[in-house]
Design a protein around this ligand. Structure first.
Ligand code: FAD
Length: 434
């Protein structure tokens, strides 16, 4: 490599893909050398304020798989991915020096921890172009017809302002780079052991037995739509609890950005053109709008999404009873439905949407426990943890967010309705039967 060659650095965080990645495409436009960076930030694997590991083994493994695949996909574009087990503020300045970096490209984030890291990196650099851009939405923030600060407090109002009036952008392709720009990349991908975990196999009953990475994401997308046509019955099956296909399972790839929401949107549109359009094909898009909604709510309300009173700034009384929290985590509450869901989460890193609503409602509304502790446990365990969706949904269920009805789930009735024959509860409470 010629040292004086100007370089664009793409700092990957939750946009671990090559297809429809606005950040990567932009970095590849001006003909300079492009290199990629991913940091396994040690802070993301430490204990948080409530004593949970910020990232547990399930998401750690999925993330490693995602980075391995990203490296391969970038290789095919003649772009090298450098991987470090260190903080970005320690790594980026050194890379800027070594590779004569003139510009850094990254996905725009707005939650506090992500912003803090950006500020720390920036404070160590001078004369470097900084290009951070929105890269995770279905409805691009530059296209919407209201100010972000005026994002409606009720989802239906939000959705109606968008779906009939705003077009979804096409997906973006990235140009293959010149081979002469390759560098000697002697970094290696961080292992589970480096992050303090033992290797493990997915649980045989897991409803999410998938691997991380862009190719796995696209394979699942193809399977769920064209190959099995499960998309066509999504609205009827989406409240399911057992098995791989009751819902799309796209969330984990969406959360770390291995697949974009627009890629899914356009695949659904293609399916509708080639096969049929029905309530189910519409409903998958409807759910992706929920995902956008929580991102807009987090932008509008900033740190209130992490506060006890939530975005409504409600002054409820919350308990922090340690033994009740332990019982909830370990699936030892008086409710077998809550217990089955919590054991599923602990053993697999996955829980259905129906399960999440019930265990969160039980935690916040029945036991009246500080909802942020439950949210923080989810953050640790979930493979598909996404800051906006997790805290947005928790606030919603806890009655401090966007639910105009402020409901409490009757977990007994929910179990009878959604697990009528008890198969789901037996699967997790009496696994030897299976
Ligand atoms: P599908 O039913 O197939 O839906 C398709 C996509 O729509 C999902 O992949 C997801 O991106 C989006 N979506 C669906 N429901 C929601 C929703 N309620 N809110 C936001 N987006 C939605 N989702 C996460 O991605 N990460 C989280 O950390 C997370 N935490 C949650 C915590 C609680 C307490 C609750 C009640 C829900 C949470 N959700 C979270 C939302 C939802 O449960 C998951 O997105 C969904 O279960 C993922 O499964 P799927 O991909 O098969 O979804």
């Amino acid at each position: 490599m010629q040292k004086n060659e100007k370089t664009n650095l793409v700092w990957f965080r939750n946009d671990l893909r090559t297809i429809d990645n606005a950040v990567l495409a932009e970095a590849c436009k001006n003909g300079k050398r492009v290199i990629g960076l991913y940091c396994f930030d040690p802070r993301l694997f430490e204990l948080n304020a409530y004593g949970f590991k910020k990232t547990e083994k399930f998401r750690a493994k999925f993330l490693i798989e995602s980075i391995k695949d990203l490296k391969l996909q970038l290789n095919a574009l003649n772009i090298d991915l450098l991987v470090y087990h260190d903080t970005p503020e320690a790594v980026v300045p050194k890379l800027c020096e070594t590779f004569n970096v003139s510009s850094i490209y990254l996905q725009k984030e707005w939650t506090q921890e992500e912003v803090d890291v950006e500020i720390a990196v920036k404070s160590k650099l001078s004369n470097i172009g900084w290009h951070s851009m929105y890269n995770q939405f279905l409805y691009h923030p530059d296209d919407i017809n209201f100010e972000i600060d005026n994002t409606p407090q009720v989802f239906t109002v939000f959705r109606k302002k968008l779906e009939k009036y705003i077009a979804i952008r096409e997906t973006i392709q990235t140009k293959k780079q010149s081979e002469e720009y390759r560098i000697d990349n002697n970094t290696s991908i961080t292992s589970l052991a480096d992050l303090g975990f033992e290797d493990f196999q997915p649980h045989p009953h897991s409803a999410f037995p998938f691997k991380g990475g862009e190719r796995e994401a696209l394979k699942r997308l193809e399977d769920y739509t064209f190959n099995t046509k499960k998309l066509g019955v999504y609205k009827k099956t989406r409240n399911g609890l057992v098995g791989v296909d009751y819902s799309s399972k796209f969330s984990s790839w969406l959360a770390n950005g291995s697949m974009s929401a627009r890629t899914i949107y356009w695949k659904v549109k293609q399916f509708e053109q080639e096969y049929f359009k029905n309530q189910s094909t519409y409903w998958l898009i409807f759910e992706l709008i929920w995902r956008d909604y929580f991102k807009y709510i987090a932008m509008k309300h900033r740190n209130h999404i992490f506060k006890l009173g939530g975005i409504l700034q409600k002054d409820y009384t919350w308990s922090t009873n340690a033994s009740q929290i332990e019982q909830w985590i370990n699936g030892e509450t008086p409710s077998d439905f809550v217990n089955a869901n919590m054991i599923e989460l602990k053993e697999t890193g996955w829980m259905s949407n129906r399960g999440r609503q019930n265990v969160a409602s039980y935690f916040a509304k029945e036991l009246e426990l500080d909802w942020r502790i439950g949210a923080s446990y989810f953050e640790s365990l979930l493979i598909d943890y996404d800051v906006h969706s997790n805290y947005g949904n928790w606030m919603y269920v806890a009655g401090v967010g966007n639910d105009p009805r402020d409901r409490k789930f009757n977990v007994q009735l929910q179990a009878e309705r959604y697990d009528t024959s008890g198969t789901f509860r037996r699967l997790w409470l009496q696994p030897s039967l299976f």
